[in-house]
Design a protein. Structure first.
Length: 272
């Protein structure tokens, strides 16, 4: 008979219950990592935590109710049991106004409305990694930038004729842009530009070269505490919940007999 294939990982058990190697291999695809070994370690840790929680739910006789209607279709029966266990055993107080105000005071710069830019551009697209072709396109963009700096009134016509962006049909007009509206290279350039300057700025991005003009800039404003209180409270509640769940799992793991996986390693935990 041919020899049995060697085990990829050592046995992982939680209070004597074996987690099948095949399950760990399948779970590993949900844990992107630098190496296959790291992905397997994270998968083993996640499944050990899952088994630990299911065993505790069994001990406390936490059971999933019979399905009714649509419900949470993405949840399996075990998912529901784990969720109910955590809801039953973990009580996290909600963040109060005083705590929210303290976070707001320390992080005021994070609670501002977005700066709005009204901009135009002409795109000279570059495809592939051909350095020679890219430099040729750069030269074309630089020549047109020099021409438009002397004849800014021709921008719309040049955009309509040469731009590789659909906005060329509107004279290169991009409308109002805020954070996330365009690629990061373009956004960083906008931040350095002055509104009303008709000399186009040459900007290189992953798409090619842009000649950009900013017509108007509306600076972001500090948002009142009342406008962001709910967002701050939600963030604090989520952070407190994550910490409480991690502590709960740590306590359960300390009482359990877990073999084949390092429960102290910083792989995080999986509660789905």
């Amino acid at each position: 008979m041919p020899p049995r294939p060697a085990k990829v990982i050592k046995d992982v058990t939680v209070n004597g219950v074996l987690i099948p190697e095949a399950d760990i291999m399948a779970e590993a695809q949900n844990h992107p990592a630098d190496t296959p070994g790291a992905a397997l370690a994270q998968a083993a840790h996640a499944l050990a935590v899952r088994e630990l929680l299911l065993q505790e739910a069994g001990r406390l006789k936490v059971a999933a109710p019979a399905p009714a209607g649509e419900g949470r279709r993405e949840e399996t029966g075990d998912d529901v049991v784990i969720r109910l266990l955590i809801e039953q055993e973990i009580d996290v107080p909600q963040a109060g106004e005083e705590e929210c105000r303290r976070i707001y005071a320390v992080n005021r710069h994070r609670f501002c409305s977005d700066t709005i830019y009204e901009a135009r551009h002409i795109l000279f697209a570059v495809e592939g990694d051909d350095t020679q072709a890219r430099e040729a396109v750069r030269g074309k963009a630089e020549n047109l930038a020099a021409h438009l700096s002397l004849h800014p009134e021709e921008f719309a016509g040049v955009a309509e004729e040469f731009s590789d962006c659909p906005s060329g049909r509107q004279g290169g007009n991009l409308g109002q842009l805020t954070t996330g509206s365009t690629v990061s290279e373009f956004e960083r350039a906008l931040e350095t530009m002055s509104a009303g300057d008709t000399t186009p700025k040459l900007v290189e991005s992953r798409f090619g070269f842009h000649l950009v003009v900013v017509d108007r800039k509306i600076d972001g404003e500090q948002l009142p505490f009342e406008n962001v209180q709910a967002r701050i409270a939600a963030w604090l509640d989520a952070a407190a919940w994550s910490k409480a769940v991690a502590q709960y799992i740590s306590i359960l793991a300390g009482k359990a007999d877990i073999q084949g996986v390092d429960m102290e390693a910083s792989h995080g935990f999986l509660v789905q």
